[in-house]
Ligand binder design. Structure first.
Ligand code: NOJ
Length: 752
């Protein structure tokens, strides 16, 4: 027996599990007669088939020179469907999937419908900002709306299921998948996780435009060592419980009915074979009723991990751990029948997994209408509608973060100035969408140059020069750029990362602007013209030289289909930027992982003063250039009148924390007012600050707004040495702040 009590103790406090009913998830389930009758009639092969998922080789022909091979594979796949040996397909879209569904429904013995999935992370045809960018809005309800729109387009295009939201907390910007999630903070990440689930699924899975959500990757994938993709995760149980699991819990509480087991190991056990994660936490503790799908080939990767000797053992370990469905490995349909026959896998376990999958198919209405999502009329009508395009623009401009605006260079005038738009991201349909956008409609995407021209009174005053490629110089590029800069009044530099520098398998060691672009920026800044930098990025970057020192700096992530109009809205002042960083921009790449909610250490860096023998790098302080939560506006906000309702919070009481925020500038604007806490002394050391609340307020020019946060003991809790949530009496710092650095400060005590 490979897993015994020690394995459980490894990830969970003994005390937590001791109180749990054994196999509660199975025992408590009320059985559905329709599903039970199906299960009773299914062969063991058909059961294993319901737990087997492949990417669609019928519609997706690989860019192959050998069409006969593809035809053969497609035929074989249809055979598998006919034989009931497949639960669904993924990664192909289009309402034209009806014929494939027909094979399952009309030609398979039990007529069980297929489920069709895809990676729809930030839009299907209309692409919204990458999730990291959208998190910068600090508006979970915006993410809920874009997820809803993505669900509408997806369910008009043959889909039932998305492998999203990605809810991994990512604190190392070298990791390429930072782009897919909500950044470094657990509180913000949890709100976005829940909002996206609500958006994708809508109010009921039975709605024809509901898209089943899959919070992923369960779990702690964001903690890969060194930010290296697929790498080992070696973390404390406290950070697992405190940082990496809460967004999943939030997503399940919001109703997500599937999840994806991650590629990584945690402390020696691959997540896709970990019964503590996939069964004990998920089912016994959290009562998750949905099903677990493995990540792509994650089951067979147990062999490469050195955790399973061969495919047979991999299937057995993953399945017994609680991974209900295997994506792409084919090992379940191959080995589960013989594992059941040998008694190594109990039939009751197989039935339980099948039951979960069928229950979700039923909840989605697939038994009633297997052809839901396959209406070509809806595909014509519901994609790229005026409302969806407007939402793409709205979400894109709300995702932009203004980092710097020297002498109020921005907003730019719409007339009377010659503007040079320079850089490899100035124009063209490439690199607008960001990672995971393979179904995006490139033809309807709007680049920066087009967006700016449309906003300018005289579009001829805009001149566009590439200057260099993304990763290399072009002959005469810098000279041409410098000469156009000289002939212009203002330069807008469009620089950054290509979309394939982030996303899966795109970890970078140097999170900087590629050298060729940096050289372009240096030459352009040296002209002395006012320079606005538009950063295109899928992660926080370490900004250097002319990029860092440009007069104005906007983080524009990958904004999607409406990149150009959204950027123009901000550049020319039709929209006052209100985004805040969901990830900290370090001074240097070598500071990674740097996140605002780090621990103090025994030698915290001093503010000013002597810095020797303190927690810092030689020559680089232990701070960020632009920390989490930072972002400017075209107006300014003044914080004052911090007031606590009391200096003590009673054990079961409440404490109000209030402040007044005044718009001291000349424009109306939105401010993200953030509340942070710090527990001064605890039985386990605590982060220097933790975000516990925020409000995004619209404040007209010259007006003030009062904010009030209510704290209770729950806000002061953390995961103790026994892995139980606990709050400890004592003193706490509290800030109401415009970012994770600075702000108004006070303190209070928690009394028992
Ligand atoms: C691997 C990725 O890790 C996962 O996020 C994705 O959903 C699957 N491939 C399917 O494309």
């Amino acid at each position: 027996m490979r897993f015994h009590f020690n394995a459980v103790a490894r990830l969970c406090a003994v005390s937590i599990l001791a109180s749990l009913p054994v196999a509660s998830s199975h025992a408590q389930q009320t059985l559905d007669p329709e599903i039970e009758s199906l299960i009773a009639r299914m062969t063991v092969e058909e059961k294993a088939g319901q737990l087997t998922l492949y990417s669609d080789a019928i519609r997706l022909s690989p860019p192959d020179v050998n069409p006969e091979t593809h035809e053969r594979t497609a035929k074989l796949m249809l055979e598998e469907i006919r034989a009931g040996r497949l639960t669904g397909l993924f990664q192909a879209v289009g309402a034209n999937v009806r014929d494939i569904q027909k094979v399952a429904v009309e030609q398979s013995r039990l007529h069980i419908p297929l489920i069709f999935g895809a990676d729809v992370l930030h839009g299907l045809r209309t692409i919204f900002p990458i999730p990291l960018g959208e998190a910068a809005s600090f508006e979970p309800e915006l993410a809920q709306r874009t997820a809803r729109a993505a669900a509408i387009e997806s369910t008009a295009s043959g889909l039932h299921w998305t492998y999203a939201p990605m809810v991994d907390i990512a604190r190392d910007q070298r990791w390429g998948r930072v782009a897919e999630g909500a950044g470094e903070d657990v509180y913000l990440g949890s709100l976005f996780a829940a909002a996206r689930v609500r958006g994708f699924q809508g109010s009921s899975l039975a709605m024809p435009d509901s898209l089943l959500a899959t919070p992923k990757h369960f779990a702690a994938y964001g903690a890969v060592s060194g930010g290296l993709e697929y790498n080992t995760v070696d973390i404390s149980l406290q950070s697992l419980w405190e940082t990496h699991l809460p967004p999943f819990k939030a997503a399940f509480d919001a109703g997500a009915l599937s999840t994806m087991s991650s590629f990584n190991e945690i402390n020696g056990v691959p997540a896709s074979a970990d019964p503590v994660l996939q069964t004990q936490i998920l089912r016994d503790m959290w009562h998750f009723k949905g099903f677990v799908v493995s990540d792509y080939t994650a089951v067979e990767e147990l062999v490469a991990h050195g955790f399973a000797a061969d495919g047979r053992e991999a299937a057995k370990l993953a399945f017994l751990a609680g991974v209900d469905m295997s994506m792409q490995s084919g090992l379940y349909v191959k080995y589960l029948p013989e594992l059941v026959a040998s008694g190594e896998v109990p039939m009751t376990r197989l039935d339980a997994s099948v039951r979960r999958v069928l229950a979700v198919k039923k909840a989605m209405g697939l038994f009633k209408d297997p052809y839901r999502s396959m209406d070509p009329k809806r595909e014509q009508r519901d994609i790229g509608t005026r409302e969806i395009i407007a939402l793409a623009r709205e979400s894109a401009r709300r995702s932009i973060v203004l980092l710097r605006n020297e002498k109020d260079l921005l907003p730019l005038p719409k007339s009377g100035k010659r503007i040079a738009l320079i850089g490899p991201f100035a124009q063209g349909q490439d690199n607008l969408f960001g990672p995971w956008s393979m179904f995006g409609d490139r033809n309807r995407a709007v680049d920066v140059a087009s967006g700016m021209r449309a906003a300018m009174a005289d579009p001829k005053l805009l001149r566009v020069v590439e200057g260099c490629d993304i990763e290399g110089p072009i002959t005469g590029g810098i000279e041409a750029a410098v000469s156009v800069a000289h002939e212009s009044d203002i330069v807008v530099l469009a620089l950054g990362e290509s979309q394939n520098m982030s996303g899966e398998a795109q970890s970078r060691t140097q999170i900087v602007i590629p050298p060729a672009q940096q050289a372009l920026a240096e030459a352009v800044l040296a002209t002395g013209k006012p320079v606005v930098v538009l950063l295109r990025n899928g992660r926080a970057l370490a900004l250097e030289g002319a990029v860092r020192d440009a007069n104005a700096l906007l983080v524009t992530w990958f904004l999607g289909s409406q990149t150009g109009p959204a950027i123009a809205d901000v550049l020319f002042g039709d929209f006052n930027p209100s985004g805040r960083l969901p990830v900290s921009f370090p001074f240097e790449a070598g500071q990674q992982p740097w996140f605002y909610n780090h621990k103090r250490t025994g030698r915290p860096e001093l503010v000013g003063g002597v810095q020797e023998f303190k927690t810092r790098y030689r020559g680089t302080g232990n701070a960020a250039l632009y920390p989490f939560g930072h972002g400017l506006s075209f107006t300014s906000f003044h914080y004052d009148k911090l007031a606590l309702s009391a200096k003590e919070l009673a054990w079961n009481g409440e404490l109000k924390v209030r402040a007044r925020i005044t718009n001291t500038g000349k424009r109306d604007g939105e401010e993200v007012v953030q509340l942070y806490l710090h527990d001064r002394v605890a039985s386990l050391t605590r982060p220097v600050r933790e975000l516990k609340g925020f409000r995004k307020l619209f404040i007209p020019a010259g007006a003030s707004a009062d904010v009030e946060f209510t704290l209770t003991r729950a806000d002061l809790e953390f995961i103790g040495a026994d892995l139980q949530r606990r709050a400890e009496p004592g003193e706490f710092d509290v800030w109401i702040a415009p970012s994770s650095a600075g702000g108004l400060h006070d303190s209070f005590t928690l009394d028992r």
